[in-house]
Write a new protein. Structure first.
Length: 104
């Protein structure tokens, strides 16, 4: 799971050195906690890295592994935009249910 405030680095967070990342066990229900987040606008992305290679595997440009985005935006051609997944952090805890999606 990654969390970024940089729209240009969404959804993989790889180009944002300030992004926050967590590796979590794949379970039916889990809670991810990011502590001491500055106020701002963020977006989160998750992948179920089924084969443990630390990247999203694709086939014909479609994800072969499960994925989820904050605010559960609709999926079209390509990943959802930062704007469609963004949420505000302002000092109080934010709870965002994320639905994992599997295309294969």
């Amino acid at each position: 799971m990654c969390l970024t405030a940089n729209p240009k680095a969404y959804p993989d967070c790889g180009k944002d050195p300030a992004s926050r990342k967590l590796a979590l066990p794949a379970t039916a229900s889990l809670v991810a906690r990011f502590e001491n987040m500055p106020s701002g606008v963020y977006a989160a992305a998750l992948i179920h890295d089924e084969n443990g290679n630390n990247r999203m595997d694709v086939a014909l440009f479609l994800p072969r592994e499960g994925f989820g985005m904050s605010r559960n935006p609709p999926i079209g051609m390509g990943p959802p935009s930062f704007k469609s997944a963004q949420f505000a952090v302002s000092g109080t805890p934010v709870r965002l249910p994320v639905k994992m999606r599997y295309l294969f």
